[in-house]
Structure formats: structure tokens, C-alpha cells
Design a protein around this ligand. Structure first.
Ligand code: HEC
Ligand code: HEC
Ligand code: HEC
Ligand code: HEC
Ligand code: HEC
Length: 440
């Protein structure tokens, strides 16, 4: 204390300001009603909830929310973050990937359940931080007797009190974790909420839940008609029929069985395949060239494609022109034997730079975004290639285009796990084809 008093007045104020920030959850923005760690007895295992809410439990089990702490790709990055940047950074990761461990201050408490029932249903409110929504786990977690949910007239149960929550009906709930701002420099690393908030779905009142708490087929219909659906079902295993219940698989884009568990992979694949409409056109250009144009429209996603950790996600166009004999005349976007995508490919993703200005895949080291190229919701983008057709090629020419998705560059996986240990799947989101006469 004596040392503190020796500081000049402005520095003293600064020191006191820091001293007043006792949040045990920093640098995340998680809060509890009294600002202290939560009592572990306030939270239950998902299977306890599943005794009554059978459907919700079986859907959630094996989902990426359930696997958010154990998922292999996350584990590898989280351990690296701990080694590279220390415990505080690791705690930050856990505040979204396994929030109850942070809330209770017990690193292992229900950790393997990831984003479990009692995370989402103990959230009372979400604090606004960025683009009108939450960020960096900015929720008030109120462990105890009450479970917050969407029912205005919940039936009483001895298991818990129930309270209606508007937050649970909308994107605000999701925004708390689906926006990640670098805690030191504010750089938006994951920006799904803002992409949604400034797009056409938010204007039409279509929430994250209207797509991700529905089956892939229902979500595609919501995107086509721009109207939310209601899906009747049960809130309890054997009774309580309700006019509208919600799919708790929360499927998105992950199709690797090592990643999510097979059951959820097919749903994600269906989402990826319904997300983009693609067409290809080819016309003779100047000299012996062919002008190839690929048009892409994001028809199915409520946000950009790709979204979230776009420095890892890869969405790219593979175009191939062959002549009448099947001989390849042009290729852009091929994948080589090591799983590397052609560096010249048209790719939708982002590139982060560290403090030395070098490209980094490690979000905690990011200082700047060097580029970001995404497909915004309901927008169309066109990409063009001028293809030089070699003498001797025989007409007509076939032009084929693929739009491909992979969760991360294979070279990053090879670096983390060793070559051949974690081969990521590539999903073809869309295909298109046309023919063109030989240019003269
Ligand atoms: C604000 C909440 C939040 C914080 C903090 C956070 N993440 Fe995440 N993270 C997410 C969300 C949401 C996703 C899912 C995005 C998706 O599936 O597209 C995700 C996905 C990931 C993935 C991709 C996993 C996969 O299966 O493809 C990795 C890797 C990852 N996070 C690592 C980290 C690390 C390391 C930290 C700490 C430095 C961290 N995250 C901090 C919310 C967060
Ligand atoms: C990622 C957050 C999240 C997790 C994890 C989660 N839920 Fe939900 N749950 C919601 C949201 C959001 C709604 C309401 C959706 C709406 O009304 O638009 C909901 C609705 C419900 C409802 C009301 C009936 C219905 O389906 O609408 C029950 C009951 C429920 N959840 C139980 C559970 C149980 C049990 C678990 C764990 C097995 C669980 N939830 C995990 C977010 C979550
Ligand atoms: C003994 C059975 C039982 C157990 C165990 C149980 N619940 Fe419930 N829960 C109910 C009943 C009954 C309702 C009211 C259903 C209705 O009216 O449709 C309900 C409603 C809910 C709702 C909706 C609240 C609202 O106002 O929208 C949520 C969310 C919920 N439960 C979450 C949980 C979670 C999380 C757990 C585990 C910690 C859990 N429940 C454990 C019986 C149970
Ligand atoms: C407490 C934080 C948290 C909340 C709240 C939350 N999520 Fe997530 N969500 C995550 C994390 C963490 C992951 C990624 C886990 C991983 O890949 O390791 C994720 C992954 C996802 C995925 C990707 C699944 C896949 O198969 O690719 C979808 C979709 C998703 N969340 C939707 C939602 C929606 C919709 C809501 C709101 C109703 C929501 N989330 C609320 C933390 C959260
Ligand atoms: C109109 C339907 C729709 C709405 C609304 C919507 N999504 Fe999605 N979402 C999709 C589709 C389709 C995909 C698969 C294609 C892709 O990855 O973008 C997806 C993918 C995702 C993924 C996985 C991305 C990856 O590569 O790992 C996450 C996470 C996600 N959505 C979160 C959200 C959140 C959070 C919201 C609300 C702010 C939301 N979504 C709103 C349709 C929707």
C-alpha cells in the first residue's frame, strides 16, 4: 500500500481502476449476479436434464456444442494457446468452449460437456458489446433454481423453476459466443452475429434458431421463403406436446466424423450443399482465349460464407477446362497430393497477420486482418478467368466448376497432428458445367 501511495495522482487512479477489476472471469465478459465464482451445485449434467427432456438431450449429445471442449481441432489449438500465450488466454478460450469450468473456477467441472444445457439455460441476459449484440461470452450466468427458456406458460416441475426469456428466442443469445473480439486489440476474429445483423435475414426477423434449431431441410425452406417455421413436438420424453419445439443438434458445417461424431455430419453436409447456387458461363475472348465466369449466390446461410474462424475455414472455386478429347486445357483450384490448395485459387476466407506482419493461423497472435473475402448473405459475386487455349486443342470445350469447403488448411492439420493423422474432408458445396466452342 505504501508503494501505491507514492505514485503520482493520475497513475494512482489508474492503478485503482485495475485493482477494482476483480472479475475472476476476465478477460472474458462473463458475469455472475454477485461477481463471484458460481457454486458447482447450481449446475447439472446434461444427462440429468435428459431424464425428462429426452429429445433435447439426445439431439444435443454428440453435437459440436457438446464437443466444444473435447473436439480434436479445438484441443490442439487450445493447448497451443496455453503454451504460447499462457493460462489467461487458455481461460479465455474456455469461457466459450466450456463456460461452466470458468464460472465455477474448477477447470474440470463438467468441462467435457462443453456448451451444456445449463450453460444456455442459466443465461439470464446478454450484454451488448459489438454490433448491437454480445461478444466474448458477455452473458450473465445465473446458476440456481431457475432455468430460462422460450415457454411463456411452462408447466410446473419439482426439478426447477422455469422463466420465460425473450433472449432465448433470438440471435442475441448466440451472439455472446459467436462474436469473438481479440481481448487486447479488439480485432473481430469471429463475426457471425454482425454478418447476420446487417444482412437481409435480421431485417426479415429470421433468427439463428430459425435455421440452426431446425433440420437442414427445414432451414433451407426458411432461407427460400424468408419465413420462420414452427415444428410441433415434445418438451418432455413422453408428454407435453407443444406447437413448437427446437432441434438441439445445432448442426452447421462440420462433417468430419473425427470432429462431431457421425450422426451430425450428414445434417451439416446437407446445409453446406444447400447454401450456394452456382453457375458457369464461357464465351470466346480476344485472340485464342476463353472468358470463363463463375457466379455464386449465398442463398442459404444467414451470414457470410464462410463464417466464424474464417482464417482457418477454406471455401474455394475449382475450375477445369477440358477439350473434346478430355485433355486438360486449364485448371485453377486443384488440390495437390499433400492436400494443399492451388495458391492461385479464388478462395473465400481471411488472412490474419501477427505483430511482425507475418501470416498467422493463431488467433491470439493476430494484430491485423490482411484480407477478407467472403460471400455475404443473399448476395451474388462473379469471378472471371481468361483462359488461353493452346493450339491443338479440339472443340467443343467443357468447363466445370466446383465450390469446395474444408474446415482448415490440411498443412495446418499436418503441423498440429503429424502428416496423415487428421485428414480433413473436402465437401463439394455446388457444381456447375457448360460447353463452349473453340475460340478462333
Ligand atoms: C467468444 C467465444 C469464443 C472464445 C473466447 C473462443 N472461441 Fe473458439 N470458437 C468459438 C465458436 C462460436 C466457434 C465455432 C465456430 C464454427 O464452428 O464455425 C469456435 C471454434 C473454434 C475452433 C474451430 C474448431 C473446429 O472444430 O473447427 C478453434 C480451433 C477454436 N475455436 C480455438 C479457440 C482458441 C484456441 C481460443 C482461445 C485463444 C478460442 N477458440 C476462444 C467461440 C469462441
Ligand atoms: C447453445 C444453447 C443451448 C443449449 C446448449 C441447450 N439449449 Fe435448450 N434451448 C435453447 C434455445 C435458444 C431454445 C429456444 C429456441 C427458440 O425458442 O427459438 C431452447 C429451448 C429448450 C426447451 C424448450 C422446448 C423447445 O425445444 O423449444 C427445452 C426444454 C430445452 N431447451 C432443454 C434443453 C436441454 C435439456 C439441453 C441439454 C441437453 C439444452 N436445452 C441445451 C438453447 C440451448
Ligand atoms: C423432473 C423432470 C425435469 C427435469 C429433471 C428437468 N426438467 Fe426442465 N422442465 C420440466 C418440465 C415439466 C418443464 C415444462 C415443460 C412444458 O411446460 O412444456 C420444463 C421446462 C424446461 C425449460 C423451459 C423453460 C421455459 O420457461 O421456457 C427449460 C429451458 C428446461 N426445462 C431446462 C432444463 C434443464 C437445463 C434441466 C437440467 C438441469 C432440466 N430442465 C431438468 C421438467 C424437468
Ligand atoms: C456459451 C457459448 C455459446 C453459445 C451461447 C452458443 N454457442 Fe454455438 N458454438 C459455441 C462453440 C464454442 C462452438 C464450437 C465448438 C467447436 O468447434 O469446438 C459452437 C458451434 C456452433 C455451431 C457449429 C456446428 C457445426 O456443426 O459446425 C453452430 C451452428 C452453432 N454453434 C449455433 C449456435 C446458435 C444458433 C446459438 C444460439 C441459439 C449458439 N450457437 C449459442 C459456443 C456457443
Ligand atoms: C437462413 C439460415 C441461417 C441463419 C439465419 C443462420 N445460419 Fe448459420 N449456417 C447456415 C448454413 C446454410 C450454414 C452452412 C454453410 C456455412 O458454413 O455458411 C451455416 C453455418 C454456420 C456455422 C458453421 C460455420 C463453419 O464453417 O464452421 C455457424 C457457427 C453458424 N452457422 C452460426 C450461426 C449463428 C450464430 C447465426 C445467427 C447470428 C446463424 N448461424 C444464422 C444457415 C443459417
Amino acid at each position: 500500500m505504501r508503494r501505491l501511495l507514492l505514485l503520482p495522482a493520475p497513475l494512482l487512479l489508474l492503478a485503482l481502476a485495475f485493482a477494482q477489476d476483480p472479475s475472476p472471469f476476465a478477460p472474458s465478459r462473463m458475469r455472475t449476479p454477485d461477481g463471484k465464482l458460481s457454486d458447482p451445485d447450481h449446475f447439472f449434467e446434461a444427462k440429468d436434464c435428459g431424464e425428462c427432456h429426452k429429445g433435447q438431450y439426445e439431439q444435443w449429445k454428440g453435437s459440436l456444442h457438446n464437443r466444444a471442449h473435447d473436439d480434436g481441432i479445438y484441443r490442439a489449438f487450445a493447448e497451443l494457446a496455453r503454451k504460447d500465450a499462457g493460462e489467461e488466454t487458455y481461460r479465455f478460450c474456455s469461457s466459450c468452449h466450456t463456460p461452466l469450468a470458468i464460472a465455477t473456477g474448477k477447470e474440470d467441472y463438467l468441462a467435457h460437456e462443453g456448451v451444456t444445457c445449463d450453460v444456455c439455460h442459466s443465461i439470464r441476459t446478454v450484454d451488448v458489446v459489438h454490433a448491437g449484440g454480445g461478444a466474448n461470452a458477455s452473458f450473465l450466468l445465473e446458476g440456481g433454481e431457475v432455468r430460462f427458456g422460450p415457454l411463456e406458460d411452462p408447466s410446473p416441475t419439482p426439478a426447477h423453476k422455469s422463466l420465460f426469456s425473450e433472449t432465448h428466442r433470438g440471435a442475441m443469445l448466440c451472439s455472446a459466443c459467436h462474436t469473438l473480439l481479440h481481448p487486447k486489440n479488439g480485432l473481430p476474429i469471429e463475426n457471425t452475429y454482425e454478418e447476420w445483423a446487417k444482412g437481409p435475414y435480421a431485417k426479415a426477423g429470421i433468427q439463428c434458431q430459425d435455421c440452426h434449431m431446425r433440420s437442414a431441410a427445414q432451414a433451407a425452406e426458411v432461407a427460400r421463403t424468408m419465413k420462420p417455421l414452427k415444428v410441433p413436438g415434445r418438451t418432455l420424453g413422453d408428454m407435453m406436446d407443444r406447437p413448437d419445439v427446437h432441434d438441439h443438434r445445432f448442426s452447421g458445417a462440420s462433417t468430419d466424423s473425427k470432429h462431431t461424431g457421425g450422426a451430425h455430419a450428414a445434417e451439416s453436409e446437407a446445409r453446406l450443399k444447400a447454401a450456394v447456387e452456382m453457375s458457369v458461363a464461357a464465351a470466346p475472348g480476344a485472340g485464342r482465349t476463353l472468358d470463363v465466369t463463375v457466379s455464386l449466390t449465398n442463398v442459404g446461410a444467414g451470414h457470410a460464407i464462410p463464417t466464424s474462424i474464417t482464417e482457418l475455414r477454406q471455401v474455394w472455386i475449382d475450375v477445369r477446362v477440358t477439350d473434346a478429347k478430355g485433355k486438360e486445357v486449364f485448371r485453377s483450384g486443384a488440390v495437390d497430393g499433400d492436400g494443399r490448395v492451388d495458391p492461385e485459387a479464388v478462395m473465400y476466407h481471411s488472412v490474419l497477420l501477427d505483430e511482425k506482419g507475418e501470416v498467422t493461423y493463431l488467433p491470439w497472435r493476430a494484430e491485423k486482418m490482411a484480407m477478407e473475402r467472403l460471400l455475404p448473405p443473399k448476395e451474388t459475386v462473379r469471378e472471371k478467368w481468361e483462359v488461353r487455349v493452346p493450339a491443338g486443342a479440339e472443340g467443343p470445350l467443357a468447363v466445370e466448376a466446383l465450390l469446395r469447403y474444408r474446415a482448415a488448411p490440411q498443412e495446418v492439420m499436418d503441423g498440429l497432428f503429424g502428416k496423415g493423422r487428421f485428414d480433413l474432408r473436402i465437401v463439394d458445396m455446388a457444381t456447375a458445367r457448360t460447353e463452349a466452342a473453340l475460340p478462333r
